[in-house]
Ligand binder design. Structure first.
Ligand code: NDP
Ligand code: 2IT
Length: 452
């Protein structure tokens, strides 16, 4: 094989930008990973020779399809759906489905790319993928949601399967939507298989999967703190979002003795100086998940709580921040405010919530900073365990799975530490650690396959 001329990081990124016009989120995600990888492979000719990074930034395939459905007024509605299958070098494609009006090719390509590294980091045999549609579930009736999910799966079913590609939930897709999609898959194929994770417990779902992402992201913070002899106990915590990940993050914060004082949605955030306790959290879960309500209502129900319309919670002084809503929800300026207010630790429940400038600020300030691909990997890791249970036609008990989640998060943390040491200091660059640990396993599998 011919020895290739090495392109540098800047030249590589120019190429990525040129080949992916109008895809800023994808370019951002690649840029963040590629910087660390370039550094790591500088003296490793084989990865250059086989163009591993160049191949990783080109998804194996992107499937795009029309999703037609009928609303309650008999209007025909047309949405666009996608499945991005980024890489299956170490296992079948695996990753969530997002229903949100902002979903487009760029967003799903960034998520599928991140997922590839995240899934590798879990230590489980899972490749990376992501899917979704530019469908807005807000304000839709139960029947409209059902018809949309069925129509989406009527197209998606031909691209997925328990050994091919196993979707799950993400923003706008929870147990309800997974139920409708699983039902439709089963109906079309006449097979009862583990094609989706996050299923209901009655039809092959795993205990602890619902809680896993939020719990896991708090465990990751705990692991980072423990390494430097600290704990979550008594720490002031700011959380964004109020969906699956955010509410379970708050639940674990409470259990570990921290004090969570904020939650948010796309309309603003609530600040509860008394702290969100389990009872208030239960109200949020019922209100948001079952009644699809807005977080602003919290301030009307609980005395002393304030609602700040159109704002994010990063100005509230805290020791630990948990961004658990969406990408780029924490800007460079927000990072400076957090640092200025004495924040010591950031653990990301969301995918790529911090803009590149914010990441740089956190690194420069020496914060404990756990990037999403490590800190939120508990969700997909539990999905991996759901797949194992489905394949074995077994259902493991709660205690065993809670322990597995803790062990998986500790393993992810330790892999970051192993690869993320900062020379001349005892600090860890968790971004670098997660990028390199995630990369090596996938890259070495790709080398084993030759040029494919
Ligand atoms: P949910 O749909 O349950 O909740 C999403 C929350 O984020 C809602 O409070 C929503 O507010 C808010 N939000 C969504 N989009 C925006 C936006 N553009 N601006 C401000 N707020 C927004 O989703 P999840 O909790 O499952 O997902 C949250 C994050 O965690 C995502 O980044 C997801 O990719 C990531 N993640 C999820 C995993 C999972 O297992 N579910 C696993 C790993 C990562 P509103 O209701 O107003 O839209
Ligand atoms: O971003 C993610 O890791 C998820 N949305 C969960 C994916 C999964 O397959 O459980």
């Amino acid at each position: 094989m011919a020895v290739t001329d090495h392109v540098g990081y800047a030249e590589f990124m120019e190429g990525v930008k040129k080949r992916n016009p109008g895809q800023p989120e994808f370019v951002q995600a690649v840029g963040e990973v590629a910087e660390d990888i370039f550094d790591f492979i500088a003296d490793k000719e084989i990865y250059h020779e086989y163009q591993i990074l160049r191949r990783l930034v080109e998804p194996d395939r992107v499937v795009s399809f029309r999703v037609c459905w009928e609303d309650d007024n008999n209007n025909i509605r047309v949405q666009r759906g996608w499945r991005v299958q980024n890489n299956n070098a170490i296992g079948p494609y695996k990753g969530g489905i997002r229903f949100h009006p902002t979903v487009n090719r760029s967003v799903l390509k960034f998520l599928a790319f991140e997922q590839t590294f995240k899934n590798s980091l879990t230590g489980l045999p899972l490749g990376g993928g992501k899917g979704g549609a530019n469908f807005n579930p807000k304000g839709k009736s139960e029947h409209e949601i059902m018809r949309f999910c069925q129509s989406f799966m009527t197209e998606l079913y031909r691209h997925v399967g328990e050994d091919t590609d196993i979707p799950a939930g993400d923003i706008g897709v929870g147990a309800r939507e997974i139920g409708y999609m699983f039902g439709q898959y089963k109906r079309i194929t006449n097979r009862f298989s583990g094609v989706l994770t996050g299923k209901g417990l009655e039809f092959g779902g795993s205990r602890v999967r619902t809680e896993a992402t939020g719990y896991g992201c708090v465990y990751f913070a705990q692991n980072m703190l423990e390494r430097i002899g600290q704990s979550l106990d008594g720490k002031m915590c700011v959380v964004s979002g109020s969906g699956n990940v955010a509410t379970h993050a708050v639940e674990k914060i409470i259990q570990l003795g921290g004090k969570a004082v904020t939650l948010s949605d796309s309309e603003g955030f609530i600040f509860d100086r008394h702290g969100i306790d389990q009872e208030k959290l239960q109200w949020v879960k019922d209100h948001k998940t079952h009644r699809r309500g807005r977080i602003s209502e919290y301030a009307k129900v609980f005395r002393g709580a304030e609602f700040h319309a159109g704002k994010r919670p990063w100005s509230v002084p805290c020791q630990i921040a948990f961004p658990c809503a969406t990408q780029n929800e924490l800007s460079g300026d927000d990072a400076q405010i957090l640092i200025g207010n004495g924040c010591e630790c950031v653990s990301e429940g969301a995918n790529m919530p911090t803009a590149l400038k914010g990441i740089k600020s956190f690194k420069d300030a020496g914060l404990l900073y756990g990037p999403g691909k490590a800190a939120n990997a508990g969700g997909v890791a539990l999905s991996g365990l759901e797949m194992s249970q489905n394949a074995a036609r077994l259902s493991w008990d709660e205690e065993q799975l809670q322990q597995s989640l803790r062990d998986l998060m500790q393993g992810i943390h330790d892999r970051c530490v192993e690869r993320g040491g900062i020379a001349g200091s005892d600090r860890i660059d968790y971004v670098r650690g997660s990028n390199i640990a995630g990369f090596v396993k996938v890259a070495d599998a790709m080398l084993a396959y030759g040029v494919v």
